[in-house]
Design a protein around this ligand. Sequence first.
Ligand code: ADP
Ligand code: MG
Length: 336
Amino acid sequence: MAQSFGNIIRAGIATVPLTEFEIIERFFAAPGPQRSDVCLGIGDDAAIMQVPAGHDLVSCVDMLVRGQHFPEDMVAEDVGYRAMAVNLSDMAAMGAEPAWATLALSLPEPDESWLARFAEGLIGLAREHGVALVGGDTVKGPLVASVQMAGLVPSGTALRRDGAQPGDRLFVTGAPGEAAAGLALWQRGLRVPQGPAARLLRRFNRPQPRVAQGIDLRGIASACIDVSDGLAADLGHLVQASGIGAVIELESLPVSDELAEVADPMQARRYVLSGGDDYELCFAVPVRGLLDFERRARDWACAVTEIGEICDSPGLFARVCGEIEPLEEGGFDHFR
Ligand code: ADP
Ligand code: MG
């Protein structure tokens, strides 16, 4: 809907009202990557894209509300980056190649410098992944950024949560828990971090969606999910969808040096299991596919760790010192 923002914003010394159309024109219409499969992009009532034959369209949307999904004082570039990143991560979890995005943006006031930096974060990451911004909606309201994304997979090859089988091995990319540790540092007021804190905070502010890894896992992983709510919680969704359970080897959980520097061993493992905002991939690989998987994962730009296996009994279990017990009941406390 076309609308004028009632507010007056400051541009240098002069004050000018910025309309919705000027916002779109100035910050979102031009700068993204161009794709030959976009027949009609920003400017009409809807966008038109060509879906290649033999492919499935994969679609997702995520909504980021200020104060709810990102800190009130998160810098604009990081908000833009995150809005794109969380959707890229959903594409990664499906093994899809991200292609097109739309942006629904609710803004309290059309702050030009905020918008320029937001667009830089958002479109910068879109460019890295070859995603074209093909439309959106811009309204006045509380700060909410919602990106909707569509991607492609060869028909029938998308990764899902519901294919894991008992005996499959479980893996996780990267270093889950670091983002939550970084957020905790931010919440304690750390703004110009150095050393390990800088890396942790960056992991919260600039999560790396594992798009290439997701694509590589097509035909290999039996089930896959991205870790946004915490490893245990998201693995819980995967096992529930697959109608099976999982045993996590607590001693195999990856604890990065940076995490170990800011948290004691018990706290660190808690971060790994229940911290959120990691946007890593957690997936199951059938034993027959392990060699193929290892060959592909050798070229990955991120670490990958085997953390356990799929079992018959529904639920999540932890193995520590040879003992298996339900994760909820005691597993979390067996970090000694
Ligand atoms: P309509 O009223 O038909 O919904 P709008 O006036 O809302 O159209 O938007 C005009 C054009 O600008 C549309 O092509 C829309 O997709 C695009 N657009 C609006 N807001 C954004 C945004 N934040 N980012 C990218 N494109 C946008
Ligand atoms: Mg219209």
